[in-house]
Design a protein around this ligand. Structure first.
Ligand code: SAM
Length: 316
């Protein structure tokens, strides 16, 4: 990772000292608790206390918050989770890079705490971000007329432009699914963060086989009074995957963002076992001919055997 000064003016070496501070916080939480969930809540409470009491920590997170749709608590959580879990990590729906920066900071602290140094040519990216781009000029606080250009500029300003592999376009497009698999090259993800269009089932169908058992999973818009269009499709899917043991719930951040981890059998979740996508909703996602006929068969099974509102089926 290229060491350039982070944005904070007049505080030389701040990035290094803040990364070391985070590495110590997460390292001591990890040492105190064998269970990752317990270590996470310990680290998060310490980060939130530092945010409230230490002006440098507040500035660090506030600079991050200024380029994110997320508020301080989930940003602290994403940073701490990445510092606990480490790379490789995948983010789906990056917008202008707020959570991307949080994950980069966390992964950098993870590498510091585990004394891992970045080799000049990393075979597997530490973080992959998938973002379709376009514009969102109507956002009240954080409008963007060119999402991908703003993402690149923010990554540059925070000194992480070389640390992330960006896959541009729809996360479900065949070429992008393939590129993600090629980039991972068999490595298992330790962290997945989904904050895109609410179609978590579609995302997990593609990604499940790349997830390590016990990998950290963050899903935004699990519950939201403002974005009911997303939470109404996200929540039933996540709940059903928890019932089936593919996901394990840790809790909710700011009453909206789901945090948990993958179950032991996560790799078995996919097209041929548990199909969770509402195929009729996937209007903007391209799927290849082979998958299309499989999707159609499974969809036909889904409409004849569906349970409740979730659209999630049991295996077989
Ligand atoms: C809520 S925003 C993400 C906010 C971001 N986490 C932050 O820190 O501010 C959702 C993003 O997902 C992207 N997105 C939505 N559907 C997508 C898709 N099918 N493929 C890739 N990106 C998508 C949107 O372009 C948008 O930038």
């Amino acid at each position: 990772m290229r060491q350039v000064p982070i944005k904070s003016p007049g505080i030389p070496g701040m990035r290094d000292s803040m990364t070391s501070r985070l590495a110590r916080t997460v390292g001591s939480a990890r040492a105190a608790y064998a269970d990752t969930r317990d270590a996470f809540y310990c680290a998060l409470s310490r980060e939130m206390f530092a945010y409230a009491s230490d002006p440098c920590v507040r500035q660090w997170y506030d600079e991050n918050r200024a380029i994110s749709m997320w508020n301080a608590e989930p940003l602290c959580a994403a940073t701490a989770l990445a510092a606990l879990a480490g790379a490789p990590a995948l983010e789906i729906g990056a917008y202008v890079g707020g959570v991307t920066i949080a994950l980069c900071r966390g992964i950098e602290a993870h590498d510091k705490r585990t004394s891992r140094s970045l080799s000049p040519r990393e075979p597997v990216p530490r973080l992959i971000s998938m973002e379709k781009g376009g514009s969102h000029t109507a956002h009240p606080r954080l409008p963007s007329s060119d999402i991908l250009a703003d993402w690149r500029r923010n990554l540059e300003e925070f000194g992480f432009s070389g640390a992330v592999h960006l896959i541009e376009g729809n996360f479900g497009a065949d070429a992008n699914v393939r590129e993600c698999a090629n980039r991972l090259n068999g490595a298992k993800l330790n962290l997945l963060c989904i904050d895109a269009d609410g179609k978590v089932d579609w995302a997990l169908n593609h990604i499940a086989r790349h997830l390590a058992p016990g990998a950290v999973v963050i899903v935004d818009d699990y519950a939201s009074s403002m974005f009911d269009d997303k939470s109404s499709i996200t929540r039933p899917v996540v709940d059903r995957l928890c019932e089936l043991g593919y996901l394990e719930r840790w809790g909710l951040l700011s009453g909206q963002t789901w945090v948990g981890c993958t179950g032991a059998d996560i790799a078995k979740l996919g097209f041929n076992s548990v199909f969770v996508t509402r195929a009729r909703d996937q209007t903007e996602i391209s799927i290849g001919p082979a998958r299309r006929s499989r999707a159609r068969n499974v969809f036909l099974r889904w409409i004849t055997t569906r349970r409740g509102a979730s659209g999630v089926m049991t295996p077989g």
